[in-house]
Design a protein around this ligand. Structure first.
Ligand code: ADP
Ligand code: MG
Length: 695
């Protein structure tokens, strides 16, 4: 790796700007060369004041005719300049004596800033000034993304130096360049030189919207780096070994199918076969099973578990919280436990809240292999847990598990250097562009069909001021023997406030609905109490369940036909969609009421409005996910999975999707035929960061 002399002189303590460069990840020459401008300033031209327009950012050349310190409305340096065509007043609210000296009467200056035309003539507030004289720059001046402790001028110099020294040779061999899918493929060096110093006649619009061929080239290079690193981690995984698991005829898999109270949908059968195919290979599965809320992922997981158990191995099943683990897997266990018992095997539970006395025998059964299926929270992957023969790990709501937890899981099995198969489940479908980019290393199975007999959920947006009407509606539903969820929002800053809100709502609803059992569930309740409340709701005795957090509502109660979400504007789109999926599970017509309260200015924020609109307009999980990506961008979408992973800096999945497919096809070609170029390419773009992608 080339040393970055300009950036850090060895042994001497780093200066503030040097530290800032480090922090921005600008360490190597190539990092600096790839640090591209946010925008440009045109300092190549001088505008005469008489030709300028209000609001324009211009550069003028003028002589100081007056300079004084004024004290009203606050202390400021007021400098008047004259360019021969007109005068302009410059105001500085923070200034030093040196500043004042540089702007003394008679000095000839270049002044650059935004022109305001006031009643007293032209003005600029805090313009950039420098002595006139020297030659004007010949290219537009780049403005780089930076931080407060790193001045533009310093950064510019560092970038220039980096650009001059960096190795900018091509990593895509010339014959393969057409495969980048670029209309006008610029060489990398030319593209970088251009973007750092565009000539003054460059149309700024194509630079700003990044449609210029130079930008396109950089974006496609970046996407290629992402594809290469994902492909490499995929291949690395393919070199690992995993137990071959096949379902024998008449075994547990078949028995399970027979006891199910329903037929699998075609989509469930298809994904089941995809998973079985993976399990039958000696390479660890790394598959994401996605399907909308209620699509029936759990039974698919159960069938996969049956295959592993049949083959004489253990299976671990995890959900992010205790109540989710319980709710998601109760049915599954109901089906599997009797079948296991007949074979002398048991199901073990592992949760964080377990007492030592309960836990010890569980650990023993897991260690001995008597527990064929281990169910729980991430307590399952804690150190003390020793499996006898773990072959398959299934993670529900995978996006809520972090990279570290998945790595810990892989370490649970070191039998003969083998790894467990991994099945991740998610109710938040990944939009295609994301699946092709950030998740390119995963295999994806999709359940794209809901079990029959579901009724679509009608969604209504209702202003909070009409709460009373909503309560009437609840009364009517409960009178018909139906059940209702009422979800209160999570206020991140204050868990205590959440609780007060939910408690108040609970009291108000109890008072408004005499004779109806209204329950309350919140995250601070002891596990046993939560369980008791849930049991009353699932058992049908409780008419209304008020709950504070989204998480706790992972419930399957087909009789629930109405969900009210309070302060719906505070929830994320996929959260709202998940919540809504809790109703409409039975034959009854179901509804979801999104209660919203406008902000202090009497209006909803723009993104909140976009989210609620999406909810009202569509019930399709994929469409919701696509809009969510649009609203939030990939950074937040990826959640725990990629925390710390390099996000795309330049390519934008919304506008650059056309570059994604070519990059995806080119990556294996480059890796197979030109491995050295491929590794130069990933090193250039990702430096040491590509490790993050491997978990
Ligand atoms: P999710 O994909 O959200 O995890 P679940 O696995 O919890 O969905 O399934 C939702 C409900 O649908 C459960 O009650 C489950 O038993 C039921 N179910 C699953 N598959 C089918 C099917 N093929 N036919 C009828 N009901 C099904
Ligand atoms: Mg589920």
């Amino acid at each position: 790796m080339p040393a970055a002399q300009a950036v850090a002189a060895p042994k001497k303590a780093l200066s503030e700007p040097q530290k800032a460069l480090r922090k921005l990840g600008l360490v190597r020459d190539i990092d600096l060369a790839l640090h591209l401008p946010l925008r440009y300033e045109d300092e190549t031209r001088i505008v005469r004041l008489c030709d300028a327009r209000e609001g324009e950012t211009v550069q003028i050349e003028a002589t100081v005719t007056d300079s004084q310190i004024a004290f009203r409305p606050r202390r400021q340096l007021v400098v008047t300049v004259d360019d021969g065509s007109d005068t302009c007043v410059l105001r500085f609210f923070s200034f030093y004596p040196s500043h004042q000296k540089a702007l003394a009467v008679g000095t000839r200056l270049l002044v650059r800033g935004e022109l305001k035309g006031g009643f007293l003539g032209w003005q600029m507030v805090h313009p950039a000034t420098r002595p006139a004289g020297g030659a004007l720059p010949e290219a537009l001046t780049p403005v780089y993304p930076t931080v407060a402790s790193l001045p533009q001028a310093y950064l510019r110099k560092a970038v220039l130096a980096g650009l001059a020294r960096a190795d900018l040779s091509e990593t895509v061999p010339v014959p393969l360049v057409p495969q980048l899918g670029l209309r006008d493929p610029w060489p990398l060096r030319a593209a970088l030189q251009f973007l750092h110093h565009p000539p003054p006649d460059t149309p700024l619009a194509t630079l700003e919207d990044r449609s210029h061929p130079a930008w396109q080239r950089l974006k496609s290079e970046e996407l290629l780096a992402q594809q290469l690193s994902q492909l490499e981690s995929k291949r690395e995984r393919d070199r690992l070994r995993a137990p071959v698991l096949a379902a024998p005829a008449g075994g547990l898999h078949e028995q399970l199918l027979q006891v199910l109270p329903f037929q699998l949908t075609a989509a469930q059968r298809r994904v089941g076969e995809e998973i079985a195919g993976d399990l039958g290979r000696a390479v660890p599965m790394h598959r994401l099973l996605q399907g909308d809320v209620g699509a029936g992922k759990t039974v698919v997981a159960a069938l996969a578990a049956a295959i592993a158990i049949d083959a004489g191995w253990q299976c671990a099943l995890m959900a992010p919280t205790e109540i989710l683990a319980e709710q998601h897997f109760r049915k599954l266990i109901g089906w599997l436990e009797p079948l296991l018992a007949a074979r002398g095997q048991v199901v073990a539970w592992l949760t964080g809240s377990q007492k030592k006395k309960e836990r010890a025998p569980m650990l023993e059964r897991i260690g001995s292999g008597e527990a064929a299926l281990v169910v729980g929270t991430h307590a399952v992957i804690q150190e003390q847990v020793q499996f006898r023969r773990l072959a398959l790990a299934i993670i529900d709501e995978q996006h809520r598990f972090g990279v570290a937890q998945r790595l810990a899981l892989r370490e649970k099995m070191d039998e003969g250097g083998q790894e467990p198969h991994l099945l991740m489940m998610s109710a938040t479908p990944i939009p295609r562009t994301l699946a092709m980019s950030y998740y390119a290393d995963l295999d994806v199975s999709t359940i794209d069909e809901l079990p029959p007999g579901r009724t679509p959920v009608v969604t209504r947006l209702v202003a909070d001021s009409r709460r009373d009407e909503v309560v009437e509606r609840i009364r009517a539903q409960v009178a018909q023997g139906r059940q209702v969820y009422w979800v209160c929002p999570l206020i991140e800053e204050s868990e205590a406030l959440d609780l007060t809100n939910a408690t108040a709502t609970h009291q108000a609803l109890s008072a408004a609905l005499p004779g109806v059992l209204v329950g309350l569930l919140h995250s601070r309740m002891p596990a046993a109490e939560k369980k008791a409340v849930m049991a009353l709701f699932t058992g049908g005795q409780m008419g209304v369940l008020v709950s504070t957090t989204v998480i706790e509502v992972g419930v399957d109660v087909p009789n629930a036909s109405l969900m009210v979400i309070e302060h719906a504007e505070r929830f994320g789109l996929s959260q709202l969609h998940q919540l809504r999926g809790r109703v409409g599970r039975g034959a009854a017509a179901s509804a979801c009421v999104l209660l919203y309260a406008p902000g202090e200015n009497g209006r909803l924020g723009e993104t909140a409005r976009a989210r609620l609109k999406a909810m009202a307009e569509t019930a399709d999980g994929f469409e919701i996910a696509r809009r969510d990506l649009e609203i939030r961008g990939p950074g937040e979408f990826l959640g725990a999975r990629q925390s710390g992973a390099p996000l795309l800096r330049f390519a934008d999945l919304a506008t650059d999707a056309h570059l994604l497919e070519p990059a995806r096809r080119l990556a294996p070609l480059l890796l197979d035929r030109h491995p050295q170029d491929a590794s130069r390419h990933t090193a250039r773009w990702l430096g040491g960061k590509s490790d993050f992608l491997k978990a």
